[in-house]
Write a protein that binds this ligand. Structure first.
Ligand code: SF4
Ligand code: SF4
Length: 304
């Protein structure tokens, strides 16, 4: 088990330049980006979050660095991403910056991101969407970014295991691994559950997922129901409109609302509680140590 690493997953925008058939966000929600005024209010919130740790009784409050993992939509599709959001987080807060991106940004934009985040980058989760990109071109871009970014940071290529297309994923994995990168497979989610795979896909599925994968190895959307979970306390999901939720599943069930950071009503949960859900579709909380009793034995690997 690993120590908890406080993390906020911030959906910096809804807009995305792709339209993947398996996207868990419906097209009518994949729109919008915060106004310049709201970007400033988000940055003010992150400044306050970084100074929020009360420390020991009687002691001065100490800055507390969170990991701010930015998602979308596609974060680079937001005009403010490289001009204000990333520079502001680096210059004005103590936080570590991570990003989930489809890597469609230009080489120049990715190089700018690598430069801006040097010394403060956590993880780049690069999503390989085989419906939109040619794998070798994607791998070239990922390799170039890997070479430019913080040596101590991680870059992981993730991809969705779409039923009927596992051979494509296996071929892409060979390219990713040949480039010295790691492929993080994710079972496909549908509604509140996972997709069904045909019987003749068991073998390729096993090749991709491995034996008894932990959240470090793959996203199999397991159930941690009943385990003590610290999401809401040391982890939360933040939407582009400022709404904060305990975790993605809680948001989906319209539960675990923590207030709105733009309205100044955000308040984290006071204590961890047992997970009430039968599916945990995102590995970020598990890989940041939010769920008690998970053995993440291969700690050496990058996080997804
Ligand atoms: S790139 Fe991501 S957010 Fe955009 S459509 Fe594809 S899955 Fe959805
Ligand atoms: S679904 Fe996952 S992140 Fe959400 S409460 Fe349950 S264990 Fe925690």
């Amino acid at each position: 088990m690993s120590a908890r690493r406080p993390t906020v997953e911030w959906q910096v925008c809804g807009v995305c330049n792709y339209d993947c058939s398996y996207c868990i966000q419906s097209p009518h929600r994949r729109i919008g980006a915060p106004s310049a005024e709201d970007v400033e209010r988000f940055l003010a919130f992150f400044r306050a979050l970084g100074a929020a740790s009360p420390g020991a009784p009687g002691a001065m409050p100490e800055p507390r660095a969170w990991e701010v993992k930015m998602t979308g939509g596609e974060p680079f599709a937001s005009d403010a991403f490289l001009t204000r959001i990333v520079p502001g987080l680096i210059a004005e807060t103590p936080h570590v910056v991570s990003v989930l991106t489809n890597l469609s940004a230009s080489e120049a934009e990715l190089a700018r991101f690598a430069t801006l985040t040097r010394g403060r980058l956590g993880i780049v989760s690069a999503s390989l969407h085989l419906e939109h990109v040619e794998p070798s071109r994607f791998v070239d871009k990922a390799r170039a970014l890997r070479a430019q970014m913080d040596p101590s940071a991680s870059l992981v290529v993730n991809t969705v295991l779409v039923p009927g297309r596992l051979a494509q994923v296996l071929a892409a994995r060979a390219l990713v691994q040949a480039a010295g990168l790691r492929l993080f497979p994710q079972v496909m989610k549908i509604g509140k559950g996972v997709a069904r795979y045909a019987d003749d896909e068991r073998e390729p599925l096993a090749q991709l997922l491995g034996r008894a994968p932990t959240p470090r190895d793959a996203n199999t959307a397991p159930s941690w129901q009943g385990r003590t979970c610290w999401t809401g306390v040391d982890y939360f999901v933040l939407t582009q409109r400022g709404d904060a939720w305990r975790c993605r599943t809680a948001k989906r069930f319209d539960e675990g609302f923590l207030g709105n950071v733009l309205a100044g009503t955000f308040a984290p949960a006071p204590a961890p509680t047992p997970c009430p859900y039968s599916i945990c579709p995102c590995t970020v909380p598990a890989n940041r140590g939010m769920i008690d009793m998970i053995d993440l034995s291969n700690e050496k690997e990058a996080l997804a």
